[in-house]
Every structure is written in C-alpha cells, then in structure tokens.
Design a binder for this molecule. Sequence first.
Ligand code: ATP
Ligand code: MG
Length: 481
Amino acid sequence: MNNHFSANLEKTGEVGYVKKQVQSIIYVDGLPTAHLNELIFFENGATGLVFSLGEKYVEVLFLSGERISVGDRATRTGGLVGVDVGDFLLGSVVDSLGKRIDGGGVTPEKTISIDQEPRGMLGREQVDTPFQTGVKMVDMVIPLGKGQRELVVGDRKTGKTLFLMQTLLAQAKRGTVCIYAGIGKRQQDIRSFLDFIESQGIQKNVITVLSGAAEDSGKVFLTPFTAMTIAEYFRDKGVDTFIIMDDMTTHATYYREISLQARRFPGRSSYPGNIFYIHAKLMERAGNFDTASITCMPVAESVLGDLSGYIQTNLMAMTDGHIYFDIDRFNQGQRPSVNPFLSVTRVGLQAQSPLVREVSRQVSSFLVQLENMKDFMHFGAEMSQGVKDTISLGDRVMSLFEQDYRNVVPVNATIYLVARVWAGLGKGEEKQSVVAKCNEIIKDYQTNKETQTRVDEMILGSPSFKDLVAKVKEEGRINEG
Ligand code: ATP
Ligand code: MG
C-alpha cells in the first residue's frame, strides 16, 4: 500500500472504491465530503483531481501514476491539487503538476493550490509601463504594456511560437521571470524550445512547464493553471513575470475530450459550455498588480485565416488585444508575418511615452493610407509622383520591419530606424539593400556605446516625431560633409 494513501486515509477517515472508469474519468463512491479540485490518492499511489460531484459518485480526473482498476480504494487528502514553489524553479523544466523533469533538485518554499481566485479590483493597477517584445513591428504598431493580456492568433506554422520565443528572449534579458506553458506539445517542439533558451543563455530566467501530446488529458489540461500559479508566486515576491500559454485551442480540445468522457452534453461548436468560464478565470489571474505584473500571452490557432472560431473569439473577449499572424503575409515572405491592420492593442498605447505614441499613430495611419492606395492601384490608375512616393516609403517601412527571430531590437533603435526611413533612408533601392542597411544600423546601435548614447539622447531631446526626423536629416547632412 502506498504511504501517501495510508497517511491520508488515517487523516480523513473516508475510504472510497472505484466503481467504473471511462478513460480519464474515474467514478468513485464512498467519499461523501469530497470537494471540487481536491487531490485524491489511490491505493497504488496514483493521483486524481475531483472533477465533479454527483449524487452517487465523485468523478475523479486521472492525473498520474499507475493505471487504476475497478475495486481499487481511494482516499481524500483534504487539500487541493497544488504545486511546489520556490526559487529553485528558476531555470527548471517541470511537468504540468510542477514536478521537475530535468533531474534538478527541489527545495520548495511552500505548496500552493493551482486553482486560485483572480484578485479583485483592489491590488490591481492600470497598465502604465511599456512591455517590450524586441520585435520592431509589434513595439511600434501594436505596443504593449506590462500586465497586458495579448492573444497571439494565427494559422498553423505562421511563426507564432518563434515570435513568443523572441519576446521571451527580450524579457528574460531584462530580468523578467518568463514562464512558458507548452500545452500538449510534440517532442520536437519541446526540444527546439529548450535548445533555444539554452543557446541564448537565458535559462536562469525561464521556467518551462510542459505536457506532451501523448500524456493523459487531465495532465495536459492542468498545464496553464500550474504555470499561472508559478507566475503568481513570483508576482507576490515583487518580480515582474511574463507567461506564455502555447496554445489554448489545444487546451480547449483536451478539455472537450475530458468532458465528453464524463458524458457532459457538448455545447457550442461541440465544446463544453463552461470552457468560456474556465479560460476567462485563468486570464483574469494576469494583470498589473501593486506588487508586480503578470503579462500574459495566450496563443490560439486559427484555420484558413478564420478568426471567428468559438475559442478564438472567446479569448479575444478576455484579453486586451491580439496580434494576428497572417498566413498570406507569411506566404509572401514577410517575417514576422504580423498583420498590423487586424491586430489590436487596447491598453498598450497608454503605457508608452508621448513620442512612441506619436510614432505609433504616424506609422499606423500611414500603413492604412498605403493599403487604400494599393487597392486603388489594382484598377491600373496612372501614378502621380505623390502616390509613387507613398508606395516607395511603404515598401521601405515594411522592409524596416523585417526581422529574424533570433534578434531582439531595443525600442529606441526602432524609433531611430523609423525616423531614418522617413528621412529618406534606402530611397529608390531594392528591398534587400534596405533590409541590410537597417540591420547595420541596429547592429551599430547594439554594439557601439557611442552610437547608442547619441541616438538615445537624440530621442530624449525630441519633443515630436517631426523634430526627430529633422534632427536625423541634419545628422545626415553633417556626415556627408
Ligand atoms: P505551429 O502551428 O506549429 O504552432 P507556429 O505558428 O508556432 O506553428 P513557428 O513554429 O513559430 O510557427 O514558425 C514556423 C516557421 O516559420 C519556422 O520554422 C520558421 O522557419 C519560420 N519563421 C517564422 N517567423 C520567422 C522569423 N521571424 N524569422 C525566421 N523564420 C521565421
Ligand atoms: Mg507554435
């Protein structure tokens, strides 16, 4: 008999028997005072979570351990399913129950239940500090703030995960604790994620919470809750955190499977009716708090560019905006394939400096103007010089946003680049050469302290974008002699 089982049996004095099992759902009778989300031990050491309370049976969601048979005994623990937390988590890889799977040591400070109520209005603050992704297009056109919940949505293989890794890199370098919840992932995806953080030398600031595609549905289902609980632990210690949930459509699929096994009647789009509530409660746990912030990026997959799916639109309603990865743009070779028109940031702009806000508005409205003009061009209209100039500037702006996922760009370097392009950088040149020039400027900013100080001062001393462009032009004149 398992030690945990006997100890808990002694403590609670209630013994249950397994009556029936339907895949991950185990029907147990004889546990009259069990409560929702309580941790259950079986006599062979396996664990489960109370999923629902029926009149005759308690429905237990199988979590881990040896398989159960009918007639096995079960006992309550009096406690909820919890995760061991402590500083030892930094740099660790854990499973969806918070158990280390990288062979490292465990020195827990405490154990906290993974089903926390979101904090109320008290203790919450407005989003007021920029959250930099290091991705030029996002930091300029869809800027985010710390504590924002931003959905990352797009078709399969459009660069969603790479964008998230890039943001994670930018944030980990600044000392943010980054938590990656990989939900029902394939081995190969897990490998490339771990390789990435290792090759970038940022493990110390990253906590990876993983479940594999082949694991039990219950375990996969718990992944984002465990990750969020870990984020909350660091938040309460005053550390800013960034949490990625990759991805929530997979999460919903596993939950649907569990619900069908438990014979719940499927609701809209055949998802269980409470999936909205489950996801919303999870999203509410992120935000900007008086102690520190939890910035959260859930991921949703769309099919054939359709953003109107049930799970996707639910998530849009629960977040403060979304970044749309466009398959058409991806196929045209744009990297990252973000579509600036179909992306939204609801609380991000208010967190930016007046200059960033101005540049952001300028670039956004310019892109809209450009798009309208391009539509018009399809009619084969004769091009005036003004139209030609706009289109040329548009091409250069899009080239400026091209970015490899291993590079993160400080926001000042991006602002400076925009000003340079506005001042005429790369005019009349091929795309390749504009991209190369931009990369050179960024490299110079990143490696040359003098350039960095000069650019930072120039930006600091510019009350408006127009002013900055004028300064950049002046600088060009001096350099040319
Ligand atoms: P999945 O549906 O598998 O989750 P995803 O949307 O997360 O896919 P990624 O795995 O991030 O997509 O990216 C798919 C491919 O796109 C990458 O293997 C890479 O080749 C290419 N790619 C995307 N963005 C970039 C980028 N910024 N720089 C270079 N390559 C990129
Ligand atoms: Mg992905």
